[in-house]
Design a binder for this molecule. Structure first.
Ligand code: ATP
Length: 356
């Protein structure tokens, strides 16, 4: 297991792109703790796979260095980095038994046969593949084959890290849930440093202790699921995490008051604004309260989503979503209150500090 340091890493896929400052990965400077379970979350094209391939050595970064436990690994080939990688689609040897598929990476490294057997049995049990251990991989379902890929990723005990690139894409929804929970348990049992790439927030939030949110070639926030929910550092995090995402509205700010159109919204403090860029107010739909006598809104639609309702409304000309418990009455003359402690002010999309 290893601590992985990405030291001012940037990557452009061509010299031309580099000259034009069009980096697929803008700048990543971050340390992945030994034994951590990280999810790399972001939309298609934001640079997740590029970053994962830089860690595994499939790509050499245009700039910056990568260290494993303090040792510079930037010029090390993939096979010398001791990294296990699990891809989107199963990589299995069809003509081998499940047991031999798992034993293969160990035998390849001349691990004594007695140790191979012990370790393979351990992983077969952990992954629930024991029952099919003697069967050829060829006859198994896509789910089972992907489980073999996952198990192969876990079988070596000497790896620095295990990297998963959207490993549950081919798995059916119920099995996805089962495998995700198993992976979380496996992480606790094994203590491996794990990096799990996904564009699915549920996958990221259930698997990881720390979620690394990427947007447009950069990391915009690293935090626990609760931190990302409660204090998004960037409007993208607010929008991408949560369902529905955070409400974001353009505002002007005077001291500890935000103005949206002709509405005045009290803030918990005065935001420390410096530049002249765009200023926005962000608040999650869960912290907007419908109440009589509040700031006036016009309700456009109410969606029932089981235990809650999502009220879609207009507030000072802006769209706003409000989450209310399913049993709550929706008043005809509705008003809203925005919980000041749950409001974030964002300048050029980044959260600004508030003066107490
Ligand atoms: P996805 O979820 O779709 O796999 P991603 O977040 O993993 O997306 P990357 O595959 O890392 O994103 O791509 C980041 C950017 O780099 C994208 O704009 C992509 O078009 C570009 N890119 C990726 N691979 C190459 C390549 N081999 N040559 C040129 N550009 C590339």
């Amino acid at each position: 297991m290893a601590r992985i340091m990405l030291d001012h890493i940037r990557h452009a896929y061509s010299e031309k792109a580099r000259a034009a400052n069009e980096y697929a990965l803008k700048e990543v400077h971050h340390e992945w703790e030994d034994g951590g379970a990280y999810a790399l979350l972001g939309p298609s094209g934001c640079g997740k796979t590029t970053l994962l391939n830089i860690i595994s050595g499939l790509i050499r970064p245009s700039e910056g260095r990568i260290f494993f436990d303090g040792t510079d690994a930037t010029d090390l080939a993939t096979e010398d980095r001791n990294i296990a990688q699990v891809f989107q689609f199963p990589v299995v040897y069809d003509t081998m038994t499940v047991r031999d598929n798992l034993a293969f990476p160990l035998r390849n490294r001349n691990v004594p046969e007695r140790d191979v057997e012990r370790r393979v049995n351990e992983i077969l049990e952990m992954t629930g593949l024991g029952e099919v251990a003697g069967r050829l991989a060829r006859g198994l379902t896509a789910d089972q084959k992907q489980k073999i890929s996952l198990a192969r990723g876990l079988v070596r005990s000497d790896v620095s890290a295990i990297l998963f690139d959207e490993p549950l894409t081919v798995i059916d929804p119920h099995m996805k849930w089962v495998l995700r929970s198993q992976l979380k348990r496996l992480h606790r049992q094994s203590g491996f440093t794990m990096v799990y790439v996904t564009h699915d927030q549920t996958e990221a939030l259930t698997f990881a202790d720390k979620v690394v949110v990427m947007y447009d070639g950069q990391i915009v926030q690293i935090g626990t699921p609760a931190e990302l929910f409660e204090r998004p550092s960037h409007t993208f995090v607010g929008y991408f995490i949560g369902s529905p995402g955070m409400n974001v509205m353009p505002v002007t700010v005077e001291g500890a008051t935000a103005r949206i159109g002709d509405m005045a919204v009290p803030l918990a403090g005065a935001p420390k604004l410096t530049g002249s860029g765009s200023v926005e107010l962000g608040i999650r739909p869960e912290f907007v309260k419908l109440e009589r006598g509040g700031l006036p809104v016009s309700i456009e639609k109410v969606e029932d989503i089981g235990r809650q309702k999502i009220v879609r409304a207009r507030f000072a000309g802006q769209r706003i979503a409000i989450v209310v418990p399913e049993d709550d009455e929706i008043p005809a003359e509705a008003g809203i209150r925005l919980d000041p402690s749950a409001i974030g002010i964002f300048a050029d999309s980044w959260r600004v500090k508030m003066e107490a």
